[in-house]
Each structure stands twice: as C-alpha cells, then as structure tokens.
Design a protein around this ligand. Structure first.
Ligand code: ADP
Length: 638
C-alpha cells in the first residue's frame, strides 16, 4: 500500500478569478448548480458507455449507468453521484483546477469586457460548469475513481478560496461523487422537496435514470427519437438548454427524421445569441453525433460544415457503425452523406423562415449573417442555397430595408446582364460617393455592401442565376448610353482627350490611365478599378484580418474625368491662363478621388495638399478662376 499523501494545489489564476465572482455574486437563480452538476454526471456516463464499446477492461464494470442525488438536511449537504468515467489524478488537476469549459471562458471574457458590473446576470447567461457549485457551497468534495483498472481513488477538496487538496481515497467506486456542504443561506438545497422541483424542471432529458433519495425522478430519454407531434414547445426549449448547456432560448429548431437513404433522427437548434459576436473565441461545433442513442462524439468537427458551428443539437443515425472513431469519420462516405442531407435540410428550414416569418429571419440574419457568408466562401456544395439567404440594402430599398439577390434579378431589365454592387462603410457614404451616379442615371439597381467582408463574399460567389456579380467601381463595365441631356453639356472630344493626356503627364505613374469618362454624371472625377485587381475595400479587409501583415499592393487604377462637369470645364480654362495652378487643382482632384475610393490610408497629407491649393487659388496674384470656388462647382461652365 502506498502511503496516503495530501497534496495542496493552487487554482490557475483564471479559475480563482472565476471563483471569486461566483462566490460573491448575489445571483438569485443559484439552483442552476444542480443542472450543471447533473449534466456533468450525464456526460460522464455517456463517455463511459462509449468507452465500454472499445475497452475490454473497465473498473467496476457491473455498476448501473445512473445518477443518484441525495440530500441530508441534518448535515446540510447535497450529494451527486454518478457511475461514469471518473477522473484519475492528472485529470482532476486538469479538469477541476484550470478552465476548459467554453462557457466559463466566455463568461470570464464577458466579465473582463463588461467591467464586471452585472456579473450575476452573466452567470445566468453562460453557466460556469462545475464551479457553479461554489455559489452554494461552504466546501466541495469530489470522490472519484477512473474507469481505468490500474487507477487509484482520489478525493478532491476545496472551499473555493485559492487552493484545493488532493488525497488518495481507498474504496472508491467508479465515477464521481460530489459532496457539497451548503452555506448557511443555501440550506434549502439540503431539502428533498426543494431539489425535486429543480430536478423535475431541468433534468427531464437526462438519458440515464436519475434518482433522488432512492426515487426515480425522470422519465424522458432521447427527445430526438420521438415524433415531433408528441413534443411540446417547452420540451424543445428545455432540451436545448440541457443538451447545449445553453442559457438562452433557441430561435428556431428543426426536428427531422428520415429512413432513406440513411436512417436519421435529428434535432438542430439555432441559438438566440451569437457568442462569437461578443468578440469571443471561435465556437466549437455543437451538434453531437449519436448512434441509436449512444453518444459517439459530443463535438465532432468532421460532421457538419465548419460554418454551421453556431448550430446546436443532436444527429442520430442507426446506420453508423457504433465503433466509428474520429479518424475513420474523416473519410466515411456515410458521414459525408449525413452531413449533406442535414445541411440541405437546415438551409431549407432557414429559407422557409425567411419566407414565412421575415421579421424573425431578419433578426437571425442580423446576428448570424457572418456564418452564412463564411459558408458562401468556404462551402461550394451549398454556395447557391446560401446565396439565397443573403440580404442587402440597395438603391431600390428604403434605408434599413433589405432585398435578396433573387429579387434583384427579378427586377432587372431585359438588357441588363450583370448584378451591380458597391461596397462602402454605410449606405450614405455609398450614396455620396462618385460611383453610384452612373447607375442611377441609367435606372440600374445597385446593391449596397456595408459589411467589410461582403465584397470578398461576392467575389467568391462570382455569379447568381448566371448573372455575373460586378463591383460598380470597375472600369470595364459596359453601361448603356446615357439618355440625352443627362449631366449637362460635354467638352468636345478633342479638348477632353487633350486635358486627359495633360493630367496623365502630371500624375505620372500614380495613375495607369486618365480617361474622359462616359459614365460620370454628377461628380467631376472618380477612380475606377482595373478589372481583376484587388479593390480598395478588399485590401482593407485583408489588412484588418491580418493586422501584422503589410497591406497587399494597390491594384492599378484608372482616373476618369467628367467632360460634362463645370469644374472640368473651368480646369481647361485655368490651364491656359495659369498652368501651375491648374496642375495643383488636377493633383488635388486625383487625391480627392482616391479618398472617395477608400484608397487613402492617411488623410492628413491630402488635407495639407488641399490647403496649399486653396492658398494658391486665393492668393493676390491671380483672380479666382471663372467665379468657381473649388468644392462649389457652378453650372456656368463651357
Ligand atoms: P464542462 O463540463 O463544460 O467541460 P466543467 O467545469 O463543468 O466544464 O467540468 C470540467 C471537466 O471536468 C469536464 O469537462 C469533465 O472532464 C470533468 N468532470 C466534471 N464533472 C465530472 C464527472 N461527474 N465525472 C467525470 N468528469 C467530470
């Protein structure tokens, strides 16, 4: 026999921080600790059941797979015992001394961001797993023995202040027994009737017998195996909370069963909250894989496409081999088929929501659009269906209202071959920029892309219903001729080209090309993208995603001047009178166009240059040209 030894460990700093908050919170809904511990017990039993499939030798193998809760109101304790996989020495240190649980991590991050004011509410939102026991505990003891035959039994003890003790414990049965000595103000949880109420409302879905003081409290097992007609809305919501360890309500769910080509029973949920939107770490996949109610993998990352990681729930297929492993999942045709069927069905459900309850869909979209866009980029199989779910404002929608690519195509005139879009920070910045006018003048609709990743997404999508998606700042767009009289009288061809050549000479390498514009109507100048080049907004997005990297080089640009604009007319005149001033104005027009195109990283030099130009134009030497102060072009012209 080895000599009994007590080790004292300090908690990882983050755990201590978490415990301090948990212990001192005035959170009123303290009963959630019961649910957290029961769901841990249930997880441990599911892991054991799975281990039994592959391991021949299991410690205490004849124990029933069940959870026993006992209360003792004389001693003021509540005890939760399961015969699950248990923990060995190192697992105890790892699991109950550091933070692994994603809810606890998310909770800590939120506390750090939010200044820690409403921590009690946050506990309710995220749950803090095992550590929630310290909301009610004076002391927690965990007696445990791992399923491994050669392991020893251990007792873990802590009062939640700074450290925990580990001591070898003889005579342990397999699994974990958590004994909580309750604080004075939490003695209610030593009462059988109080705990019964909690267990009944929270733990109806535990797939193992759950006993309270020797009496079974739960009846329901695998909800996903039942027929949808027999399941109430309340049951779905409670199941979601239980299964996903969630604290919000699900927005939508899909309860889907099929016999062919595969036997499937599945239940997929869309959460209320997008945890990644809090600026938190990437979510782990949340749809568990079962085979005939036996858990195969709680978080399989090979099952559904990566962009679906916000979805929670269960997929059960009786056709899967029970001993399927993580490795064999990767190249299993069956898993691929399963994934495809469910992804398609899930997207169909979203499409139906969008049609039937557009307001609910809009709110979902507001919170989860990034996942759908990620899908467009990364999941070619479902790209088209995902594209149907995208929403944009456009030059035909009211501010704040959205349209779809399908609606856009339906509205297109017979001659229009392409779908146009413009990227910008906001609707108003797109409308104030120099690019929209060419389309407005020709009654062509333009989609407004206001999310920085939108253009990247459009680029991957390429086309929709065989119509190419084209950025409105590209120089190679073939636009129909302008209706007569639009945009005022034009410079004659020769004068225009002469001026363009002169400007190109002044700008040198900075512009690839200076061209007399056929598309501009209201703005004097604009910078257009050479086809195929990376646009300004895509450059910015790449820089934002990878902040340490250098900005990718700018694509070639084309500078267009509007031969119908009074400012350009004045420039022709100024050039003959005071060429140097005219060159300064041309350079400033170029800088302004770069600014409007989003190409300028630092506006300070542009402003300095503009002030120099203004100084030049207002100096005593020359009169202001043709009565047109820069920035206020008048329609005199010619
Ligand atoms: P989570 O359960 O979300 O992972 P917890 O903080 O509740 O987070 O638990 C941390 C870890 O401790 C679990 O992942 C599990 O490995 C282990 N654990 C907790 N309770 C038990 C138990 N009853 N039996 C075996 N292991 C457990």
């Amino acid at each position: 026999m080895s000599e009994p030894s007590t080790e004292t460990h300090t908690f990882q700093a983050e755990v201590q921080q978490l415990l301090d908050i948990v212990v001192h919170s005035l959170y009123t809904d303290r009963e959630i600790f019961v649910r957290e511990l029961v769901s841990n017990a249930s997880d441990a039993l599911e892991k054991l059941r799975h281990t039994q499939l592959s391991e021949k030798e299991i410690f205490d193998d004849n124990l029933p797979l069940e959870i026993n809760v006992t209360t003792d109101d004389t001693a003021g304790t509540i005890t939760l015992q399961d015969f699950g996989i248990g923990m060995d020495h190192d697992e105890l240190v790892e699991n109950l001394g550091t933070i692994a649980h994603s809810g606890s991590k998310a909770f800590l991050e939120a506390v750090q961001q939010g200044g820690g004011e409403r921590n009690e509410n946050l506990i309710g939102q995220f749950g803090v797993g095992f550590y929630s026991a310290f909301m009610v505990a004076k002391e927690v003891k965990v007696f445990t023995h791992s399923w491994r035959p050669d392991a020893r039994g251990w007792c873990w003890t802590s009062d939640g202040s700074g450290s925990y003790a580990l001591e070898e414990a003889e005579g342990q049965r397999r699994g974990a027994k958590i004994v909580i000595t309750l604080k004075e103000d939490a003695k209610e949880f030593a009462s059988s009737s109080r705990v019964k109420g909690v267990l009944e409302s929270y733990s109806a879905f535990v797939p193992f017998p759950l006993n309270l003081n020797g009496e079974k409290v739960n009846t329901v097992g695998a909800l996903w195996m039942r027929s949808p007609a027999e399941v109430s809305e309340e049951e779905y919501k409670e199941f979601y909370k239980f299964q996903a360890h969630a604290f919000d309500e699900p927005r939508f769910w899909l309860h889907f069963s099929a016999d062919a080509p595969l036997a499937i029973n599945s239940l997929l949920f869309v959460p209320q909250q997008n945890l990644e939107a809090f600026g938190m770490s990437r979510m782990e996949p949340g749809v568990a894989l079962y085979c005939r109610k036996v858990l195969i993998d709680r978080k399989p990352d090979q099952l559904l496409p990566e962009w679906m990681r916000f979805v929670r729930g269960v997929i059960d297929s009786a056709d899967l081999p029970l001993n399927i492993s993580r490795e064999s999942m990767q190249d299993s045709g069956m898993i691929r088929k399963l994934s495809q069927v469910l992804t398609k069905r899930f997207l169909k459900m979203l499409g139906e929501k969008a049609r039937k309850v557009p307001d609910e869909y809009a709110d979902f979209y507001k919170n989860f659009h990034r996942f759908l866009k990620e899908g467009v980029v990364s999941d070619p199989t479902h790209r088209e269906t995902l594209a149907d779910l995208l929403r944009f404002e456009s030059s035909r929608t009211e501010p704040g209202q959205h349209t779809t690519l399908g609606e856009y195509v339906d509205r297109m005139g017979a001659d229009q071959q392409e779908i146009y879009f413009l990227q910008g920070g906001t609707r108003s910045s797109i409308e104030a920029g120099p690019y929209l006018e060419a389309f407005t003048a020709r009654h062509l609709e333009v989609l407004y892309l206001t999310d920085p990743i939108d253009e990247f997404v459009m680029d991957h999508l390429g086309s929709y219903r065989e119509k190419k998606l084209v950025s409105g700042d590209r120089q190679d767009i073939q636009l129909p001729d302008l209706p007569e009289a639009a945009g005022g009288e034009s410079l004659d061809r020769e004068t225009g080209q002469e001026l363009a050549g002169w400007i190109k000479g002044k700008l040198g390498e900075r512009a690839n090309d200076v061209v007399v514009s056929e598309r501009l109507t209201g703005s004097p100048v604009a910078i257009l993208n050479e086809g195929g080049a990376m646009t300004a907004s895509m450059r910015r997005m790449m820089a934002a995603m990878n902040q340490d990297a250098d900005l990718p080089p700018e694509g070639p640009v084309r500078f267009e001047i509007n031969p119908r604009h009074p400012l350009i007319h004045n420039l022709v005149r100024l050039r003959t009178e005071r060429e140097e001033d005219a060159a300064a104005v041309a350079a400033q027009l170029f800088e302004s166009a770069r600014l409007a195109a989003g190409l300028t990283e630092d506006p300070a030099p542009v402003v300095r240059h503009m002030n120099e130009v203004l100084a030049r134009l207002t100096s005593a030497e020359g009169e202001a040209p043709a009565g047109t102060p820069p920035g206020e072009p008048q329609s005199s012209g010619s």
